[in-house]
Ligand binder design. Sequence first.
Ligand SMILES: Nc1ncnc2c1ncn2[C@@H]1O[C@H](COP(=O)(O)OP(=O)(O)OP(=O)(O)O)[C@@H](O)[C@H]1O
Ligand SMILES: [Mg+2]
Length: 386
Amino acid sequence: MSLRFRTVSEIGTPPPIEWVWENRIARGYVTMLGGAGGVGKSALVASLEVAVLSGQMFLGGGTIQGPIIHGDFDTDARAQIPWLERAVVGQGVSRDVLQHITYVDSESGGFMDEAGLAALRAHAIETGAVLIVIDAFTSAFPMIRGNDAGEVMQVMAAFRALAKETNAAVVILDHTPKPMANMPEGRGLLGSTIKSAGARAVHLLSRVKPSEVGGQDVLKLEAHKNNLAAVGEPVGVLRVWEGDGLRFELYELPDADQNMPSTKARKALEAYLDDRAGTVIPRKELFDQIITRLNVSERTVKRAMAEVVSDGAAQVIALHGRGNPVGYKSVLEPADPGPLDSLTPPDSSVEVLAPNQNSVSDSILFDSPPDLKSPVGPKSFEEERW
Ligand SMILES: Nc1ncnc2c1ncn2[C@@H]1O[C@H](COP(=O)(O)OP(=O)(O)OP(=O)(O)O)[C@@H](O)[C@H]1O
Ligand SMILES: [Mg+2]
């Protein structure tokens, strides 16, 4: 290999990114779209293709209008073409746009090899394709061991070269591993790290539990990584069937995070401390209150408290006594300091700890008896915000 040695000014500035689909799929680069089998990748991509063929917006993002090559190694033309037909109807465009998509599959039922890639490159240059779709990685390259970094890297390098040489966006559909209990969306792509590293953006498609979206048919599209634009929030995508047509529409996802015990605990801790601003609440008292009221675990409350402190919403206060007890205090000023309070000298029995000392205090057994020297909260318990 011969190396090139250049200064920054010799290299110059890169040309602006041309988005085939705004902020998600760029010309000249490889993008992966992953999802579990049957989730709707091919259908979604068919709708995107119709949007690109006709220059329509797609799910709120602009597109570049241009020819497309669709490489299908997963099913066969009879299975994929109906998605294009449905998209044309659903998106209200003329069927004529389908003239500008070249459908590629293997005559012999084989898979992609160097000759196949070269033919794809030549056809993309000849047609001026702005988008090349490969559906799907596993079926185009069944001989590749997904967990063999070297083999996957070679394929990804070939696709990167294809994207660069043709200036088309190369979009590879791929499968995700089975979701795990603690990570329902799965862990990214199958055999993922090298595939993800070889692509500039990886988008994942998953199904939202119908119970969370009023029984509707909603998918979640999220950027697993995006090196060319901000990752952005996941978006909901509603599948709308109307007669022979299918279209995808943006759908506002429920804010699942709001219902997480950790989020609830954090809010409750902040509210409890803010309501008693100016007062140090002993850790045991505070945690007992939140655990009982929210019916959450001590672990959840501990973690939530650590977040409240690291967010700067409360301070850890060392209380003198056996077992080095600590308490917490809102950073807010007391709402209405009475005339007497303002005359009270600062409480010298408490010491403010830096947020990073919280982890030390976390190890303290909190059921050691609090030896309080500071006042506890007000009596107006019923008025708390939850
Ligand atoms: N006629 C139909 N009416 C309603 N839903 C349909 C119809 N045909 C297919 N579907 C839905 O579309 C899904 C398949 O979508 P699609 O083929 O795009 O998935 P995929 O992610 O590409 O799957 P794979 O990984 O197997 O290629 C089916 O699981 C089914 O739920
Ligand atoms: Mg498919």
